[in-house]
Write a protein that binds this ligand. Structure first.
Ligand SMILES: [Fe+2]
Ligand SMILES: [Fe+2]
Length: 287
């Protein structure tokens, strides 16, 4: 009798284990190991079992409501560190958002859906690691200051509907990152911080691909259900996204990702350019 290989673990169970790790460095390492296991055929395309509503929270950073966040001085070193910290937090939450996408909705899609979202999770883990390393080289680290709560709100609100999740997380929030990242890169470059500018340039290029992955699977799901993608997207965003879609939009990066103006132009806030001076308006919601 030949020995049979032990049954591969369920992908969802493996993702749940990663989401339960509350120590940031451990969470990042476990995410990378999970992606390697998936690519190496050591996890089953299987979605039996429990996925938590939200990832485990690290003890630090302290999470505050967006309105309660301390103001950042623009241009100063402290201001740049605070901005890098805010971006690191977004990337940290984005790891769990990508894992949750694969583990919660993978059964509704072809296997390539999981390939794509675990690839996104690996990118987010790398983005977080780059930013945390940059913070450390500036004498800080992830967790050294408060971060804003609420990045998981959109995940909770869309946990029951894959198309709503795709419409809002990659196609609204990550697309917003495409709008605000180029001016942020310019801010770092203008301050002479080329190391941070290079990291954000790398992140920006990856994020175009993340929006493209979201748009591709959204369109796939709409085609299967016989829905018109643009109008269904508008309906889901109106229903499930509390914020507004604020210009200026990075139309060229968005359309490179397949997210054309046919989706978002009808929902754009017409006078929002008058209101983008505040710190909340200049921050991406997720990356
Ligand atoms: Fe991303
Ligand atoms: Fe990212």
């Amino acid at each position: 009798m030949s020995e049979r290989a032990p049954p591969a673990r369920s992908l969802r169970a493996a993702i749940a284990d990663v989401l339960a790790i509350a120590v940031p460095q451990g969470h990042v390492l476990a995410c990378r190991a999970l992606v390697r296991d998936w690519r190496g055929g050591r996890l089953a395309h299987d979605f039996a079992g429990y996925l938590p509503d939200a990832p485990a929270r690290p003890a630090k950073p302290q999470l505050l409501r967006p309105g309660a966040m301390p103001r950042r001085g623009r241009g100063s070193t402290a201001g740049r560190i605070a901005l890098l910290h805010a971006l690191a937090h977004i990337e940290y939450v984005a790891i769990a958002l990508a894992l949750d996408m694969a583990g919660r909705f993978g059964a509704d899609f072809p296997r390539a859906f999981v390939d794509d979202w675990l690839g996104v999770a690996a990118d987010e883990a790398m983005h977080f690691a780059l930013l945390d390393r940059r913070l450390r080289s500036l004498g800080s680290h992830y967790g050294a200051m408060p971060a804003h709560d609420g990045l998981w709100q959109s995940a909770r609100a869309t946990a029951g509907d894959a198309l709503a999740r795709l419409a809002i997380v990659p196609m609204v929030l990550e697309a917003r990152g495409l709008d605000v990242t180029p001016p942020t890169i310019e801010r770092f470059a203008a301050a002479g911080d080329m190391a941070s500018a290079r990291i954000l340039t790398r992140i920006y290029q990856d994020e175009i691909r993340h929006v493209a992955v979201g748009t591709k699977w959204f369109n796939w799901g709409c085609a299967r259900a016989g829905l018109v993608p643009e109008s269904h997207w508008q309906m889901l965003v109106n229903q499930g996204f509390r914020g507004s879609l604020k210009p200026p939009f990075n139309d060229s990066a968005r359309s490179t990702a397949g997210l054309t103006q046919l989706y978002y132009a009808p929902l754009a806030t017409p006078d929002a350019t008058l209101h983008t001076q505040g710190s909340a308006g200049s921050m991406p919601e997720t990356a």
